[in-house]
Design a protein around this ligand. Structure first.
Ligand code: MRU
Length: 348
């Protein structure tokens, strides 16, 4: 089991600061809703499912911070905090999904229950979001590992592992399961510029689990695939539209095109909470743009002229035509995606 990225205990939210990995394993308490917002914004907690889980506990933090006068007041506190937290990162739909689910739960409560009871209903809902995510990642591992043969080499991008979910991850979960089943696998991890989630987090997680991992820079992927070293690519997702277009970490789209060109299967692993069937295509997915600082510096050292213009989108959109299948908690989903996603995912 990888290191725990989040813990809710005795009404306190502790998060692992992922910006310090792999050098330092350091937890900190988010005491205010602003702390939760900042933790998500600067990627102390990151990865679509984990952002959703963090936001649901973030609403409990807001209640503890602002007091619990009466249930009407508590409902307005979580609505306001939910709106604020949702503005921290726009691309991963899990954040919006988790906040909406918590608010819906709050609204369904009997108006006459006391504030303590109201709080425990919401606490239970956040814990359910956490444990359902754990179970979804286990199922993704189960279904995805069927695709992985003994001796396979898999390439992945960014970090869609235990550090991005409450369980073993999405893209990495099938790899953990295959390894557990005794299959001998090798994983190529893209370093994932500019924030190095592949080098700092994926390489760290997989190496700790004893899985043979080879780190490459993003620009090496095409050459490595052309050399016939890769059997398949598995990545995570931040939001998947009704037609299967998929937003994931910047660089994913290029990988999918490489896979089509070299005829390598390209899989997207994601829980039901990452599908947004309300939007028709990738054109409707909001793409987060991040600070220019991330491109003008490397490990705190300036690497570009101060005054240079920068474009820093954090995600890109992979066209559904480049996706072989989705590995979900409900099984593998093959094209035609429009039809099959609706059938399998619609009861999200
Ligand atoms: O910016 P990040 O680190 O939050 O981006 C994470 C990714 O792109 C992951 O691949 C995605 O969220 C899936 S995590 C299971």
């Amino acid at each position: 089991m990888p290191v725990k990225p989040i813990e809710w205990k005795n009404r306190k939210l502790n998060i692992l600061d992922q910006t310090l990995l792999p050098q330092k394993t350091s937890y900190e308490q988010c005491k205010t809703v602003k702390d939760v917002f900042n933790a998500i914004k600067i990627l102390k907690v990151r990865g679509a499912p984990l952002i959703g889980i963090t936001a649901s506990y973030g609403l409990l933090v807001a209640l503890c911070e602002k007091g619990m006068k009466d249930t009407d007041n508590m409902l307005s506190i979580i609505k306001e905090a939910g709106k604020y937290l949702q503005s921290s990162r726009p691309t991963a739909v899990n954040l919006e999904w988790a906040v909406k689910r918590m608010i819906k739960k709050a609204e369904s409560c009997d108006k006459n229950i006391d504030t303590e009871e109201f709080f425990s209903v919401l606490e239970k809902e956040a814990n359910t979001i956490f444990s359902e995510d754990y179970a979804m990642s286990e199922n993704i591992g189960k279904y995805g590992s069927e695709l992985i043969k003994d001796g396979s080499t898999i390439l992945t991008h960014c970090n869609a592992g235990g550090l991005a979910t409450s369980g073993l991850g999405t893209a990495l979960s099938p790899l953990y399961s295959a390894h557990e089943q005794g299959k001998n696998i090798t994983v190529y991890a893209d370093e994932t510029r500019p924030l190095l989630q592949g080098a700092r987090l994926t390489a760290y997680e997989l190496a700790n689990a004893g899985i043979k991992t080879i780190l490459i820079s993003d620009s090496m992927a095409g050459f490595v695939i052309s050399q016939g070293k890769i059997d398949k690519v598995i990545v995570g997702a931040d939001r998947i539209a009704a037609n299967g277009d998929t937003a994931n970490k910047i660089g994913t789209m290029s990988l999918s095109i490489l896979c089509s060109h070299f005829n390598i299967p390209f899989y997207v692993a994601a829980p039901s909470s990452t599908f947004d069937l309300a939007i028709q295509s990738g054109r409707d997915i909001p793409i987060e743009e991040r600070d220019s600082y991330e491109l003008k510096t490397f490990a705190g050292t300036q690497t570009a002229p101060n005054e240079i213009d920068v474009y820093n989108p954090a995600f890109d959109v992979t066209d559904n035509s480049h996706i072989t299948a989705f590995i979900t908690d409900k099984g593998l989903i093959y094209p035609p995606f429009e039809e099959n996603l609706k059938k399998v995912i619609s009861d999200k």
